[in-house]
Design a protein around this ligand. Sequence first.
Ligand SMILES: NC(=O)c1ccc[n+]([C@@H]2O[C@H](COP(=O)([O-])OP(=O)(O)OC[C@H]3O[C@@H](n4cnc5c(N)ncnc54)[C@H](OP(=O)(O)O)[C@@H]3O)[C@@H](O)[C@H]2O)c1
Length: 497
Amino acid sequence: METPVQIVIFGASGDLTARKLVPALAGLARKQEPPGGFVLVGVARRHLSDGEFRQDLRAAQPPEGLDDFDGFAPRIHYVSGDVRSPEDLRRLGARLDALPGGAAAGRLFYCSLKPDLFEPAVSGLAQAGMLEQSTPDSPWRRVVVEKPFGRDLASARALNQLLQGCLREEQVYRIDHYLGKETVQNLFAFRFNNTIFEPVWNRRHVELVQITVAESGGVESGRAAYYDASGAMSDVLQNHMLQILALVAMEPPSSLDPEEVRGQKVSALKGLRFRSSPDQSVRARYQAGEAEGKRVPGYLEEGVPADSTTETFVAIRAEIENWRWSGVPFLLRHGKRLKHRFTEVKVQFRVPPIQLADHVAGEDFLALPDGTVCTLRPNVLTLSIQPREALSLSFSVKSPGGGMVMVPAHLDFDYRDRFGESTTPAYERLLLDAILGDPTLFLRADEVEAAWRFTDAVRASWAGPEAPPLLEYAPGGWGPPEADALFHGCEGGWSRG
Ligand SMILES: NC(=O)c1ccc[n+]([C@@H]2O[C@H](COP(=O)([O-])OP(=O)(O)OC[C@H]3O[C@@H](n4cnc5c(N)ncnc54)[C@H](OP(=O)(O)O)[C@@H]3O)[C@@H](O)[C@H]2O)c1
């Protein structure tokens, strides 16, 4: 018989545990139980019995999740403790030894804690001898670290050094839940399992790539202090968006070996460049106004300091300096309180070298204010990540009738049409991978550092003498119009989702 796995969540009375981690584990317990099964031990400082902890978690589940939860509940346990207390960690160790699997169980320690507690939690576990995995036959010990992983390159490096002092790299699972999304994994799968796109996936054929993560909501209640310390760039662009970019831009790995895959992503991120100039980025924050039919507060009314300079919108024009991508702009945009929520990648291909069509004004060409006439780009591959999970390829077809009049057309694929409503929730997939010891969809130390190196360069330009101003934008639109200027000449504009 296989030994059960023990999953310990630090920060077990928090929002992430109730909303994401417990539903994911309950879903796994029903659908894809790993060999031997697993138990969950929640840890937080407040005093709760196992029964009270289960009740609190149950109250936080949506009605459709209750069946899974009730099936899983008997395996949920609770230990009251402070991760900074050696005595509390010792008690936790004794409790784990007494649970199914005991000391022979593989153990996954999930740090669902405020970032300043990652370090005391991991060093406390190491000092208590709870992370030792001395021989290949010893029961495994792994640590999952939530985002944000550092605040900048220096702090991410310091955290990496701390982790590497306590654990081997293969024991560390730095999570970015975007990588658990089917549509994000499909960026990789689609590119490297089809032959028709890869030959044109380069600077000769691609004119530009744009990536958008648009949110319609503002700062979530209770998160103002956290958000104000990070802003749009550190909260979303540095992690989710650069992970998407890495999957779009990476070279094909020679196998699915985790180090092969992650190594290629790191190479792409290391090539990413920001030209430090005020016309390469736009930062802004939302004002009060009307959005989704109701009055919404401005960012400065969300409970942040009155002198806050944190951005809720960021747009950047970047490049990747390597043979595949040199000269191709990568335009990245993320903002809160935008018109609607969507995450999407658009790969825009170059126009044919000569035009053999009779153009129709407003349909397939566009006049710029300076009089330049641009042909619209007929070939765009759109990879929709959320809420739509879809692929769409646009092209031109001849309009019936005389002459050679071209009109736009699309080939569309929607995940829901093909596979139904339910794709596996991101945390479910990632927790299973962490239990099974597959780190492919988790970030390596050098990967996080490469991403911070890029965003630090942007932030440095915002702190310098030529910093772009912090603009304001009305809620319910597409952010400040100045972001449109990141597109040059006939390159087009930002997607509206
Ligand atoms: N919430 C999300 O949607 C989300 C999304 C992505 C990433 N994350 C990340 O996930 C982590 C957790 O977020 P969250 O929203 O769940 O935070 P949260 O709601 O503030 O929960 C934090 C938890 O930590 C516990 N805690 C605080 N100090 C402790 C200590 N010294 N020892 C043991 N437990 C302690 C708290 O309970 P006690 O006060 O009882 O100890 C609470 O259960 C953060 O790093 C966050 O950035 C969250």
